[in-house]
Design a protein around this ligand. Structure first.
Ligand code: IMP
Length: 187
């Protein structure tokens, strides 16, 4: 069994489209406050390594808004809980440069070793929330070269261009090359 440790069913559903054999283990783990998502993932991988039986992955993501000096970034979960999308839009009122980047770091624990895979998606903060699909900041993020927010896309459409889609496809090809048979990956 190959599992993702998360309490976020949306992340699981997005990744399962790329790795159909993925299972979900709904379990909390400490997310340290650090300057980079990579550090959060390193800490969690080491913390979980002796608590989880077998291979697993974790996902830590954030939204980095250029005009706000990359805020909320590593504080994305806390800011979403406290300010939400409306709060972000308030901070962006009158701001001309609406560029933002979504980043996912996937931590992989396999055969006692840890690896990290990164995916980025560049885009813009919308003027208003749009769409009902997805989760989190999806209604206010418009990926580059698109008019729709992530929340106006299907899971497949989001996966093709998203930070998480890119990172999980790297994980999938890593398994194909270095640990064939670990997962049943879609082409
Ligand atoms: P975490 O990876 O669960 O710590 O995510 C940090 C914050 O970013 C949470 O509030 C998530 O809802 C949000 N988030 C993570 N990934 C995405 C995404 O793909 N779309 C929109 N929001 C996201």
């Amino acid at each position: 069994m190959f599992k993702i440790i998360t309490h976020n069913v949306h992340k699981y559903q997005e990744m399962k489209k790329i790795i159909p054999s993925l299972e979900m283990l709904n379990m909390e783990y400490p997310e340290i406050q650090a300057d980079r998502l990579e550090e959060v993932v390193d800490f969690a991988l080491n913390y979980l390594a002796d608590k989880i039986d077998g291979n697993f992955i974790i996902d830590d993501s954030g939204l980095f808004i250029h005009a706000l000096n990359d805020f909320p970034g590593v504080y994305s979960a806390y800011v979403f809980r406290t300010l939400g999308n409306e709060g972000i839009l308030k901070l962006m009122e009158g701001v001309g440069d609406r560029r933002a980047t979504f980043k996912t770091v996937i931590g992989v624990h396999i055969a006692g070793e840890n690896f990290k895979f990164v995916g980025l998606c560049h885009g813009y903060i919308a003027e208003k929330p749009r769409g009902t699909n997805g989760f989190g900041y999806d209604p206010i993020f418009v990926p580059e070269a698109y008019d729709k927010t992530f929340a106006e896309m299907s899971t497949d459409e989001k996966n093709r261009i998203s930070h998480r889609g890119k990172a999980i496809r790297k994980v999938s090809s890593f398994f194909d090359r270095f640990a064939p048979g670990t997962v049943d990956a879609e082409p």
